[in-house]
Design a protein around this ligand. Structure first.
Ligand SMILES: [Mg+2]
Length: 369
């Protein structure tokens, strides 16, 4: 089988909650997502998606995907999509970095490989070991009362794990954590995610103030070194996210004993092939994981479901159903949340169909297909 064409589609998502805000005064009200379709000479198509959280959150911006695919086209066209490691090696040789451009191509080729083999991507990633996976709900930064109300509402919808967007004034963030703890029930899990928003002295003040609360602290500061300073001052479990950009940064953090959990974002590390590498290392080294992406819709959510659904359940901390946050559906049969859990598709490939009519016209098409 050979890849004959790659198409990039732009889909604009609105947020059902209208706005999503996090540290540093950042917020978004809509997202430009890129859905990438990879075509083959055997008539099998695969889909991938990358949806950056605005242009400033990580080394990615939505409009860059089309140009990146144009750049990678000559390298990818004519390749066997089922030879995923060779495909990734070739993409890395042709274009340094730009993980977010490679990620949807890689995901689409996993989709093709699964469809060709007649098995779910989860099976190819190690085995579909769960029917469904735990979800967390991200709670947009707002006043303590508003965030507590939001948690109560999503608790009623079945979520039991919550990630509060903090990383602002530490006194305000302590109030946010306390307000939310007042509406949680037994067994609920709370993560305070600063998204790199604190300096170490601010993070230290916060972890001291909530030292006796049952709360995880996620990515308090921008660098691994700053996070390590915070780590020295707390016994609260720590999650690293923004600094986990690949295998080597992950191993550096692990060797520094910097975290108890990591947040693996598929597009940040370059796709399912590389996310699986980190996932497997986490399982071997005893690090639990949130498996998700920067944002997305139906295709991203399906990719997350397959990676999470092939992860040993005891190592899966949480994952995310991004398609329940946005107001556009491109698939009639994408996995959708039920009672705070995301089903792991059992169909071949990503186990979902994409309605091409919902994608409009491609913004870029390379090759012929
Ligand atoms: Mg995070």
């Amino acid at each position: 089988m050979r890849i004959t064409a790659i198409e990039v589609y732009h889909v604009r998502y609105g947020l059902k909650d209208k706005k999503y805000a996090w540290s540093g005064g950042h917020s978004v009200t809509s997202f430009l997502s890129n859905i990438v379709k990879v075509c083959t000479d055997e008539g099998i198509h695969g889909y991938g998606e990358v949806c950056p959280l605005g242009s400033g959150y990580m080394d990615a911006y939505a409009a860059g995907v089309a140009e990146g695919v144009r750049e990678l086209g000559p390298t990818v066209i004519g390749r066997d999509p089922t030879c995923l490691r060779a495909l990734n090696d070739a993409m890395d040789a042709a274009l340094g970095g730009h993980h977010y451009v490679k990620s949807p191509i890689d995901i689409a080729c996993w989709d093709i490989t699964g469809k060709a083999a007649g098995v779910p991507v989860a099976t190819l990633l190690g085995g579909r070991v769960a029917e469904s996976v735990h979800l967390y709900r991200a709670i947009s930064q707002a006043s303590p009362r508003e965030m507590a109300d939001s948690v109560a509402r999503y608790h009623a919808e079945g979520y039991r794990r919550f990630q509060l967007k903090v990383g602002a004034d530490p006194d305000d963030d302590v109030a946010r954590i306390r307000a939310v703890k007042g509406v949680l029930g037994p067994g609920d899990v709370l993560v305070a995610d600063a998204n790199t928003g604190w300096r170490p002295h601010e993070a230290i003040r916060l972890v001291n103030a909530v030292a006796h609360d049952d709360v995880y602290i996620e990515q308090p500061c921008p660098t691994l070194e700053e996070c390590l300073v915070v780590r020295e001052h707390t016994t609260l479990p720590m999650v690293l996210d923004e600094v986990i950009t690949g295998v080597v940064p992950f191993l550096r953090a692990w060797q520094s004993r910097a975290m108890d959990a990591v947040n693996i974002k598929i597009s940040r590390v370059g796709g399912l092939t590389k996310a699986r590498q980190i996932r497997d290392l986490c399982e071997a080294l005893g690090v639990v994981m949130t498996i998700e992406d920067s944002w997305g819709g139906d295709v991203t959510t399906a990719a997350i479901a397959h990676l999470a659904g092939s992860t040993r359940p005891e190592f899966l901390f949480t994952s995310t159903d991004f398609n329940s946050y946005v107001d556009v559906e491109v698939s009639p049969d994408a996995p959708r949340r039920h009672e705070g859990r995301l089903p792991v598709p059992a169909g071949a490939g990503l186990g979902m169909t994409v309605d091409d009519a919902k994608l409009g016209e491609p913004v870029v098409r390379v090759g012929k297909g």
